[in-house]
Design a protein around this ligand. Sequence first.
Ligand code: SF4
Length: 316
Amino acid sequence: MKPYLQYLVILLDDTSVAYCHADNPLKERNLMPIETLKKAILFGMKQNLMIQYVYPEYELPAEYNEVIESIDNLKIGRDVKVTNEVPTAVDCDNIVLRIKIKDLIAKQYDIAALLPSVKRMNICLTDIETFKDEQIAEYKKALNTLSTVIVNLYKEQKHPQLNILTDRLTLKEMHNCEAGIGNITIAPNGKFYLCPAFYYDEKTGVSNKMNHKTKDASRSVGDLENGLCIPNKQLLELDHAPLCRNCDAYHCNRCIWLNQKLTWDNNTPSHQQCVIAHLERNAARDISAKLSKAGYNLPEIKEINYIDPFDVKEEW
Ligand code: SF4
């Protein structure tokens, strides 16, 4: 994890696609003014940031395209396809599949069947907060179904990436979402947010840690006129997260928005987040063991006897 800003996420419209845990509840178009877009790009250039545009479904006015292409970029919702349904086939290299846990379990074989045709699939669970320990066995089984396909493909020297399983195979340190640390989002109003979810909360009036609606729902952390201003930024960082800094579920999202929603603290994870990440980590360990026997040289993933670091009794 690199503790400095690397990415600028530009939400081109209020209806830009949701590509992570949080759904986008905004249904009315509100395109970023072109002058704001130019200023956002200039900010990105000055800070030497990589630009990630998040597209709405509709086509942008022609004059936007020239401005957009004035800097190297990645287009989420275009280059990276985002889908909320398991497709029958994929026609792109890089796809984000946003899905509820029960649907992933129900459609595990359909998802597994797509793996041979993708370079990378990011599975994003959209209802982590609902996960119950009673679902552990079913989730493990779904991971096993996906793992079996991955192992077989690796044995054929094909290497599809599936974030929840293959990222952990090679990571040697935390590689999380890093909202507010490694990346920052700018919304159509020209203000910065830790991630798009905080903008959605502001727009829908969800402002405090109890997810209540209040009159002042400001969640911005600066704007293009005055620059970034993240209060107590250190509290977002890994070394201020007592559980996460000792954890080796390196692929875990560590979603600060979900943390705040579920534990009222940006840097304190929920039981649900940790259990899901550890089931994935352990499934990656099983894959690693099988691939090692097949001749792959992968970093060791230790055996552990917990699936929530909060339950570990001894001192780390
Ligand atoms: S599994 Fe839990 S403790 Fe580990 S990185 Fe994820 S949120 Fe942090």
